[in-house]
Design a protein around this ligand. Structure first.
Ligand code: BGC
Length: 248
Protein backbone atom coordinates (compact mmCIF):
# COMPACT_ATOMS: atom_id res chain seq x y z
CA UNK A 1 0.00 0.00 0.00
CA UNK A 2 1.32 3.44 -0.91
CA UNK A 3 0.80 6.03 1.83
CA UNK A 4 1.63 9.71 1.65
CA UNK A 5 2.20 12.14 4.46
CA UNK A 6 1.46 15.85 4.06
CA UNK A 7 2.39 18.46 6.66
CA UNK A 8 0.40 21.71 6.58
CA UNK A 9 2.46 24.47 8.14
CA UNK A 10 2.14 28.22 8.56
CA UNK A 11 4.64 28.85 5.76
CA UNK A 12 4.72 25.69 3.64
CA UNK A 13 2.74 22.59 2.76
CA UNK A 14 5.12 19.68 2.26
CA UNK A 15 4.70 16.01 1.63
CA UNK A 16 6.08 12.78 0.25
CA UNK A 17 5.33 9.08 -0.01
CA UNK A 18 6.53 7.44 3.21
CA UNK A 19 8.40 4.20 3.79
CA UNK A 20 6.71 2.97 6.95
CA UNK A 21 9.19 0.16 7.57
CA UNK A 22 12.09 2.58 7.84
CA UNK A 23 10.11 5.55 9.13
CA UNK A 24 11.52 7.77 6.45
CA UNK A 25 10.50 9.50 3.25
CA UNK A 26 10.39 7.14 0.26
CA UNK A 27 11.07 10.01 -2.14
CA UNK A 28 12.37 13.53 -1.77
CA UNK A 29 9.65 15.75 -0.34
CA UNK A 30 7.82 18.37 -2.37
CA UNK A 31 6.76 21.71 -0.96
CA UNK A 32 4.38 24.49 -1.99
CA UNK A 33 3.98 27.77 -0.13
CA UNK A 34 0.98 28.05 2.19
CA UNK A 35 -1.44 30.52 0.58
CA UNK A 36 -2.23 33.74 2.41
CA UNK A 37 -4.84 33.94 3.71
CA UNK A 38 -4.55 30.24 4.53
CA UNK A 39 -8.22 29.43 3.95
CA UNK A 40 -9.59 25.86 3.88
CA UNK A 41 -10.02 25.87 0.13
CA UNK A 42 -6.64 27.46 -0.63
CA UNK A 43 -4.79 25.09 1.70
CA UNK A 44 -6.68 22.07 0.38
CA UNK A 45 -5.59 23.06 -3.15
CA UNK A 46 -1.99 23.16 -1.89
CA UNK A 47 -2.35 19.66 -0.42
CA UNK A 48 -3.69 18.46 -3.77
CA UNK A 49 -0.73 19.97 -5.63
CA UNK A 50 1.69 18.22 -3.31
CA UNK A 51 -0.01 14.83 -3.74
CA UNK A 52 -0.32 15.24 -7.50
CA UNK A 53 3.35 16.12 -7.82
CA UNK A 54 4.12 12.45 -7.13
CA UNK A 55 2.60 10.82 -10.15
CA UNK A 56 1.35 7.29 -9.72
CA UNK A 57 -0.56 5.33 -7.15
CA UNK A 58 -1.51 6.70 -3.77
CA UNK A 59 -3.85 4.72 -1.53
CA UNK A 60 -4.15 6.94 1.52
CA UNK A 61 -2.95 10.29 2.75
CA UNK A 62 -2.17 11.27 6.33
CA UNK A 63 -2.36 15.04 6.81
CA UNK A 64 -1.22 17.24 9.69
CA UNK A 65 -2.92 20.48 10.68
CA UNK A 66 -1.38 23.28 12.80
CA UNK A 67 -4.26 23.43 15.29
CA UNK A 68 -6.54 21.28 17.44
CA UNK A 69 -8.19 18.44 15.50
CA UNK A 70 -10.86 16.45 17.32
CA UNK A 71 -12.23 13.08 16.25
CA UNK A 72 -9.58 12.90 13.51
CA UNK A 73 -11.59 15.40 11.55
CA UNK A 74 -12.94 18.60 13.06
CA UNK A 75 -10.73 21.68 13.31
CA UNK A 76 -11.16 23.50 16.61
CA UNK A 77 -8.42 26.14 16.61
CA UNK A 78 -6.46 28.03 13.96
CA UNK A 79 -3.76 30.18 15.57
CA UNK A 80 -1.53 30.46 12.49
CA UNK A 81 -3.95 29.82 9.62
CA UNK A 82 -7.18 31.53 8.57
CA UNK A 83 -9.87 31.50 11.28
CA UNK A 84 -12.42 30.19 8.74
CA UNK A 85 -10.91 26.73 9.41
CA UNK A 86 -12.68 26.58 12.77
CA UNK A 87 -15.40 23.88 12.80
CA UNK A 88 -14.48 22.68 9.30
CA UNK A 89 -14.69 18.93 8.74
CA UNK A 90 -11.13 18.73 7.41
CA UNK A 91 -11.22 15.02 6.68
CA UNK A 92 -14.27 15.43 4.42
CA UNK A 93 -12.88 18.56 2.71
CA UNK A 94 -9.44 17.10 2.02
CA UNK A 95 -10.72 13.70 0.95
CA UNK A 96 -13.08 15.34 -1.52
CA UNK A 97 -10.26 17.51 -2.91
CA UNK A 98 -8.17 14.37 -3.37
CA UNK A 99 -10.86 12.66 -5.44
CA UNK A 100 -12.25 10.57 -2.56
CA UNK A 101 -8.95 9.13 -1.29
CA UNK A 102 -9.14 8.05 2.36
CA UNK A 103 -7.38 10.62 4.55
CA UNK A 104 -6.60 11.08 8.23
CA UNK A 105 -6.05 14.46 9.86
CA UNK A 106 -4.22 15.13 13.11
CA UNK A 107 -2.40 17.93 14.88
CA UNK A 108 1.07 18.63 13.45
CA UNK A 109 3.00 18.30 16.70
CA UNK A 110 1.11 15.11 17.60
CA UNK A 111 2.10 13.66 14.22
CA UNK A 112 5.75 14.59 14.75
CA UNK A 113 5.61 13.05 18.22
CA UNK A 114 4.14 9.78 16.97
CA UNK A 115 7.02 9.47 14.48
CA UNK A 116 9.72 10.40 17.01
CA UNK A 117 8.40 7.88 19.56
CA UNK A 118 8.50 5.07 17.02
CA UNK A 119 11.55 5.88 14.91
CA UNK A 120 13.44 8.75 16.53
CA UNK A 121 14.54 10.37 19.75
CA UNK A 122 11.69 8.93 21.85
CA UNK A 123 12.12 5.31 20.75
CA UNK A 124 11.51 2.93 23.63
CA UNK A 125 11.13 5.76 26.15
CA UNK A 126 8.68 5.22 29.00
CA UNK A 127 7.26 7.73 31.46
CA UNK A 128 6.32 11.26 30.45
CA UNK A 129 7.87 12.45 27.21
CA UNK A 130 7.12 15.86 25.73
CA UNK A 131 7.91 16.76 22.16
CA UNK A 132 7.89 20.49 21.50
CA UNK A 133 8.10 21.88 17.98
CA UNK A 134 9.45 25.38 17.47
CA UNK A 135 8.43 27.04 14.19
CA UNK A 136 5.73 29.53 13.24
CA UNK A 137 4.11 28.54 16.55
CA UNK A 138 5.04 26.16 19.35
CA UNK A 139 3.42 22.74 19.13
CA UNK A 140 3.36 20.04 21.80
CA UNK A 141 2.86 16.28 21.92
CA UNK A 142 2.57 14.61 25.31
CA UNK A 143 3.23 10.88 25.75
CA UNK A 144 2.65 8.78 28.82
CA UNK A 145 4.42 5.41 28.55
CA UNK A 146 4.41 5.81 24.78
CA UNK A 147 0.70 6.66 24.54
CA UNK A 148 -0.21 10.03 23.03
CA UNK A 149 -2.49 12.43 24.89
CA UNK A 150 -3.71 14.33 21.80
CA UNK A 151 -4.19 18.05 21.31
CA UNK A 152 -2.22 19.42 24.23
CA UNK A 153 -1.68 23.07 23.29
CA UNK A 154 1.31 23.95 25.42
CA UNK A 155 2.48 26.61 22.97
CA UNK A 156 -0.31 28.76 24.34
CA UNK A 157 0.74 28.68 27.97
CA UNK A 158 1.27 32.15 29.37
CA UNK A 159 4.88 33.33 29.54
CA UNK A 160 5.68 36.78 30.97
CA UNK A 161 2.08 37.82 30.38
CA UNK A 162 2.12 36.72 26.74
CA UNK A 163 1.08 33.70 24.73
CA UNK A 164 4.27 31.59 24.99
CA UNK A 165 4.63 31.03 21.26
CA UNK A 166 4.65 34.78 20.66
CA UNK A 167 7.76 34.94 22.88
CA UNK A 168 9.63 31.73 22.16
CA UNK A 169 8.74 30.38 18.69
CA UNK A 170 11.32 30.63 15.93
CA UNK A 171 9.00 33.15 14.28
CA UNK A 172 9.40 35.35 17.38
CA UNK A 173 13.18 34.95 17.03
CA UNK A 174 13.02 36.09 13.40
CA UNK A 175 10.40 38.84 13.87
CA UNK A 176 12.38 40.46 16.68
CA UNK A 177 15.80 39.65 15.27
CA UNK A 178 16.84 37.89 18.50
CA UNK A 179 20.32 36.42 18.90
CA UNK A 180 20.59 32.69 19.68
CA UNK A 181 21.55 33.65 23.25
CA UNK A 182 18.54 35.89 23.73
CA UNK A 183 16.14 33.41 22.20
CA UNK A 184 17.65 30.50 24.19
CA UNK A 185 16.89 32.42 27.42
CA UNK A 186 13.25 32.64 26.38
CA UNK A 187 13.17 28.95 25.44
CA UNK A 188 14.75 28.09 28.79
CA UNK A 189 12.10 30.08 30.66
CA UNK A 190 9.43 28.30 28.67
CA UNK A 191 10.91 24.87 29.36
CA UNK A 192 11.14 25.70 33.09
CA UNK A 193 7.44 26.51 33.08
CA UNK A 194 6.48 23.34 31.22
CA UNK A 195 8.76 21.27 33.48
CA UNK A 196 7.11 22.73 36.56
CA UNK A 197 3.72 21.58 35.25
CA UNK A 198 4.55 18.15 33.80
CA UNK A 199 7.92 16.92 35.17
CA UNK A 200 8.74 15.00 32.01
CA UNK A 201 11.67 12.56 31.82
CA UNK A 202 12.52 13.76 28.34
CA UNK A 203 12.00 16.82 26.14
CA UNK A 204 12.35 16.24 22.39
CA UNK A 205 12.90 19.50 20.52
CA UNK A 206 11.45 19.40 17.01
CA UNK A 207 10.47 21.72 14.18
CA UNK A 208 12.75 23.24 11.56
CA UNK A 209 15.06 24.63 14.25
CA UNK A 210 15.97 21.11 15.44
CA UNK A 211 18.55 21.12 12.61
CA UNK A 212 20.31 23.94 14.45
CA UNK A 213 20.00 22.40 17.92
CA UNK A 214 23.77 22.77 18.46
CA UNK A 215 23.32 26.55 18.37
CA UNK A 216 20.91 26.82 21.27
CA UNK A 217 20.55 23.57 23.26
CA UNK A 218 24.01 23.97 24.85
CA UNK A 219 22.89 27.43 26.07
CA UNK A 220 19.96 26.01 28.03
CA UNK A 221 20.67 25.37 31.70
CA UNK A 222 18.91 24.24 34.82
CA UNK A 223 16.34 21.88 33.29
CA UNK A 224 16.16 18.55 35.13
CA UNK A 225 14.77 16.54 32.22
CA UNK A 226 16.99 15.28 29.44
CA UNK A 227 16.68 17.50 26.33
CA UNK A 228 17.44 16.08 22.89
CA UNK A 229 16.80 17.27 19.34
CA UNK A 230 14.28 15.40 17.22
CA UNK A 231 15.97 12.83 15.01
CA UNK A 232 13.60 12.95 12.06
CA UNK A 233 13.91 16.71 12.20
CA UNK A 234 11.47 18.44 9.92
CA UNK A 235 10.19 15.23 8.31
CA UNK A 236 8.66 13.90 11.52
CA UNK A 237 5.22 15.38 10.78
CA UNK A 238 5.09 13.79 7.32
CA UNK A 239 6.14 10.37 8.67
CA UNK A 240 3.77 10.54 11.67
CA UNK A 241 0.85 11.55 9.47
CA UNK A 242 1.47 8.58 7.16
CA UNK A 243 1.78 6.25 10.18
CA UNK A 244 -1.62 7.43 11.35
CA UNK A 245 -3.14 6.87 7.90
CA UNK A 246 -1.72 3.35 7.84
CA UNK A 247 -3.79 2.52 10.93
CA UNK A 248 -7.09 3.48 9.28
C1 BGC B 1 -1.17 25.60 17.40
C2 BGC B 1 -0.85 24.15 17.63
C3 BGC B 1 0.25 23.71 16.67
C4 BGC B 1 1.45 24.62 16.79
C5 BGC B 1 2.54 24.30 15.79
C6 BGC B 1 0.09 26.42 17.54
O1 BGC B 1 -0.18 27.77 17.34
O2 BGC B 1 -2.14 26.06 18.31
O3 BGC B 1 -1.99 23.35 17.44
O4 BGC B 1 0.61 22.39 16.93
O5 BGC B 1 1.08 25.98 16.61
O6 BGC B 1 2.09 24.44 14.49
Amino acid sequence: MKIFGVDIGGSGIKGAPVDLERGDLAEERFKVLTPHPATPDGVADGVKQVVEHFEGACDRVGITFPGVVTGGSTIRTAANVDKSWIDVDARALLSEKLGGLPVTVLNDADAAGVAEMQFGAGRGRKGTVLLLTFGTGIGSALFSDGVLVPNTELGHLELDGHDAERRASTKAKEDHDLTWEHWARRVQKYLEHVEMLFSPELFVIGGGVSRKAHKFLPLIEGIKAEIVPAELQNNAGIVGAAMTASRL
